[in-house]
Design a protein around this ligand. Structure first.
Ligand code: GDP
Ligand code: MG
Length: 451
């Protein structure tokens, strides 16, 4: 889903390189490209304009992060803005009503209403343990009533029959009365598709709304319609008090414009998203997860979060101070770094979160697994404190003792000494080392282990 937008955004955001912080000049080109990507994804112009302005404010106002590169920092700002534009958090259906809680579906023809009624009924049944009944007031197309009946039988929902000769309001009221007697929790009312410019049809659904007083009135809209989805939703909302939106067909090659425009244009939350034709293809809409999907950075974002949350900044600062005072980087410090990596979730966890890692064959991934980390720490544990502080002491005899002590081979000891030397060299390079550089060093060394 939203593949084009994803490609464009990741391509653009990856280009921000270098050290230091985000500045007016180093983000200008990127912001221009992000803007283009959003417009091409058919995001509504006012949304794009606000989006870019907010990202800019966010980027320039960012405190100097101790642990993120400018590229990562910008990804974070863009991610946060994507989340915001889609509504921050998942808004659940409100089913607090005297049972049955009534849910009314509205939308254009072919938007996916009937399918979504069945999907939502199934979802409520399985996830909220609700007893759900469904009814169709699409009296214009008898086939649509039959369609709902079949779907309801498939997923085990109570179906209330209706005749094309009845009035929509009568059908709905009769179904709700019957549902009450059967102690159902929820009744979902499917309606005929209509255009917001069709006064007669809009009058019909307004009267229906007034008669059944639904606790949720959901606008079902095809995400392929891009920003038009937002505009139609707004037009419907002007006639009918909507409580939320269900975005369908997000599995197709929708460009993302609908998902990103609806909240901003209508002020109404997207509550669910349809991801396929089958009745199980419905997911609650989580702005943060959707933002991550749109950015398509694997779990790069959660990695950024973890680095921020877990990287022990105090420890990094201590180490930095130590090196600045010229005390050198010894094996004990190296061990602390390895433990830090373990704490962050281990190399394996990190690798799976890095973008593009999916393509790397498992046998290569296994080479740098967490066991390796534990082995390395084991080797250092087998050294005396004097050896850890003055690694030059470690020569032939001592190496053999260390290997025997941790139950590993001589070559394992040699390997860790080599890795330590590499790290030490890097540490020397960051003489003016501050905590930020140190954490970056730690990260690149982790990433270095990938190859
Ligand atoms: P209605 O006219 O609004 O009731 O729309 P329907 O529920 O009859 O759906 C119209 C078409 O869209 C049908 O072929 C559905 O299978 C299809 N459809 C509905 N939701 C989705 C979805 O989330 N993904 C895909 N790929 N197809 C969907
Ligand atoms: Mg229908």
């Amino acid at each position: 889903m939203f593949d084009n937008l994803t490609d464009r955004l990741t391509g653009t955001l990856k280009k921000i390189k270098g050290q230091g912080r985000l500045t007016d000049s180093n983000i200008q080109e990127t912001l221009r490209e992000v803007r283009m990507a959003l417009l091409e994804a058919d995001v509504a112009l006012p949304v794009v304009t606000d989006f870019i302005a907010n990202v800019k404010i966010g980027a320039l106002g960012q405190e100097v992060q101790t642990s993120l590169t400018p590229g990562q920092a910008l990804v974070k700002v863009v991610q946060a803005e994507l989340v915001k534009v889609m509504g921050e958090a998942n808004e659940e259906l409100n089913l607090k009503a005297n049972p049955p809680a009534i849910v009314l579906m509205a939308g254009l023809q072919g938007a996916g209403k009937t399918t979504t009624v069945a999907k939502l009924g199934r979802w409520l049944k399985l996830n909220k343990k609700k007893k759900v009944g469904v009814v169709s007031v699409d009296v214009y197309r008898p086939a649509a009533i039959k369609q709902l009946e079949t779907l309801a039988a498939d997923v085990g929902l109570t179906f209330f029959n209706s005749e094309a000769s009845e009035k929509p309001v009568d059908i709905a009221i009769r179904a709700i009365e019957a549902a009450k007697k059967q102690f159902l929790d929820v009744v979902i009312v499917d309606t005929a598709g209509r255009l917001h410019i069709d006064d007669t049809m809009m009058g019909e659904i307004k009267a229906l709304h007034a008669a059944i007083n639904p606790v949720e009135t959901l606008f079902v809209v095809d995400s392929m319609t891009g920003q038009d989805a937002a505009n139609t939703a707004k037009a419907f909302h002007d006639a009918l008090p909507l409580t939320g939106v269900i975005l369908t067909k997000a599995d197709g090659d929708a460009r993302g414009g609908a998902a990103l425009s609806i909240r901003h244009i209508t002020g109404k939350p997207i509550k669910f998203v349809g991801m396929g034709e089958k009745t199980d293809a419905l997911e609650p809409f989580y702005p943060d997860r959707m933002a991550s999907r749109i950015l398509g950075m694997g779990d790069m974002l959660s990695l950024i979060e973890e680095i921020e949350q877990k990287a022990d900044k105090k420890k990094a600062t201590k180490l930095a101070n130590k090196i600045q005072k010229g005390q050198g980087f010894n094996l004990e410090d190296f061990k602390e770094q390895l433990q830090e990596m373990q704490r962050i979730g281990g190399v394996g966890a990190m690798m799976n979160k890095l973008p593009g890692m999916g393509q790397i064959p498992q046998h290569l991934k296994d080479k740098v697994n967490d066991k390796e980390l534990a082995r390395q720490i084991g080797v250092i544990n087998s050294m005396t404190m004097a050896e850890r502080q003055t690694p030059d002491l470690i020569k032939g005899g001592r190496k053999r003792r260390i290997a025997a002590g941790c139950g590993q081979e001589l070559q394992d000891v040699n390997r860790i000494l080599k890795q330590y030397k590499m790290m030490q060299k890097m540490m020397k390079r960051v003489k003016k080392g501050n905590a930020a550089n140190m954490m970056r060093g730690l990260k690149s060394s982790i990433q270095g282990m990938r190859s």
